[in-house]
Every structure is written in C-alpha cells, then in structure tokens.
Ligand binder design. Sequence first.
Ligand code: NAP
Length: 262
Amino acid sequence: MELGLQGKWALVCAASKGLGKGCAKALVREGVHVVITARGVEVLEATAAELRALNPAVDVRTVAGDITTPAGRAAALAACPQVDILVNNAGGPPPGDFRDWDRDAWIAALDANMLTPIELIKATVDAMAERGFGRVVNITSGAVKAPIDILGLSNGARSGLTGFVAGLARQPRLASRNVTINNLLPGPFDTDRLRATMQGAAAKSGRSIEAVMDERRALNPTRRFGTPDEFGALCAFVCSVHAGYLTGQNLLIDGGAYPGTF
Ligand code: NAP
C-alpha cells in the first residue's frame, strides 16, 4: 500500500533505540524526512547512519538532548523545517511502590510522559491544521488500558495524557483540517527497556534472564514479544494519508495479551 507520505517531515522523539527507532525506520522507508532525538549521541548517530542507508533519498537529522526539558524540545523543533508528523516518545518512569514516591518523582513522570507530549503538540498542531495535514502519534503503554501495579507512575502520567488527547483530538479546528492525534499502546516488545526490566526480575529471583523471558513469552497468546519493526509499521499506517478518519483512538498492539473484547 502506498502510504502517501513521500517528502513529509517527521519529528520522532526518543528514537535511537526500541519503539521510537522502529517508527523512524518505517517512516524513512516511506520517504519521510526525519529528525530523531535521544540523549546519547553515539547510539543516535549510529541509528541515523542506519536510517540513511535504508533510504538515501531522505534527509535524516539528529538532535542530542533530553526531550523532557524545554531546551531539548526547542532544539528538536528547530531542527525540523516543518512538523507534518510528530511521534511523541520518552523513557518510561521507574517501577516501584507508591509509598516511596515523593512529589519530585511524580513531577518527573508527569513531565516525561504527559507534559512533554502536550508541549510538543501545542507547538505543532495549529500549523499542521493550517497546512491541512498533520499526524500526532503518542507512544503510551498497554498499562493505560490494563494498569500494572508496580508501574503506578506510568499508569498515572500516561492516563493524564490519554484523557487530554481524547478531548483535543476531537476539536473540529484540528479534526476537520486533517490533523489526527492517536495513541499507540504497546504490550511487551523486544527492546532494551524490556530486557532491562527482565534482567531486574531475573536478579531478584535468582534465575537466568532467558528463563524469565521464556516465562513472559509463554504468557502472551502469540508466545513471543513484538518487534520494533511491527510497531513502526502500525505507526506508519496511522500517519498515512489513508488514516485521516482515525483520530482520538487508543490502539493496543500487544499480541492479544489484553483479555477483553473491547
Ligand atoms: P528503549 O528501547 O529503552 O528506547 C528508549 C529510547 O528513548 C532510546 O533511544 C533512548 O535514548 C530514548 N530516550 C529515553 N529517554 C529520553 C529522553 N528523556 N529524551 C530523549 N530521548 C530519550 O525503550 P522502548 O522499549 O522503546 O520504550 C519506549 C517507550 O515505550 C517507553 O516510554 C516505554 O515505557 C514504553 N513502553 C515500552 C514497552 C516495551 O515492551 N518495550 C511496553 C510498554 C510501554 P537515550 O537513553 O540515549 O536518551
């Protein structure tokens, strides 16, 4: 399917690895110029080289910085000639017990997983509406639909973003101008973050990481984890010209792990 994205510009946040990188790869394959961000310069540049090799016809720009800070966001926006596609992403908050979290822990989670996407949306959607095309994809989590006890900071902050987006996406001044805003909710995907979590669980239980990962795979109906490429393919479709009537939605991509009908 021709996605109709050739020549568009995308800002893909937190994209040197994992799900963000999967989205950047899928967009680059479709001829989209990208600005990718991450804090670590080395991996970011290596990813940029991979993207350029994937499609030499596109412009791939890098911005090293923390997207959860005003300076990081300003630099990312300045590097993108126009933002036709915005993929909001950042690291997830740490797991733990809510009894141990103080106000600073909550503010950090809200900054990263709620207020940063909202700031970037604020900086880009009205210009998208003027041009008559815009796609915002927020990478959230399956934990928004089925909260995970130890990820309370994530459950809370991402639910705040989800509620906000549900209202904003339905504003006629955006929706009627072909600007869509959707959330992608990943279940378990094989990324560094997932491996780090499994490593923690393995260390705690005295088992090998392979044993813990096998156990987690067995819990999923597909008996495997998702791949960043699969995630990126969904992102690219949601950004495509065919998806203009899809807005304000929470799209779960989890191998069927969520047990409900809806
Ligand atoms: P990952 O493999 O660890 O990759 C995270 C990427 O984000 C890296 O490129 C990292 O680079 C960058 N990054 C992190 N914090 C950043 C910041 N403050 N500013 C700029 N870049 C930043 O993680 P992932 O698995 O792709 O996860 C992406 C998001 O999806 C996270 O919010 C995660 O909680 C959520 N999620 C993941 C899963 C899963 O199974 N993988 C499931 C549900 C939800 P630097 O470290 O160099 O900055």
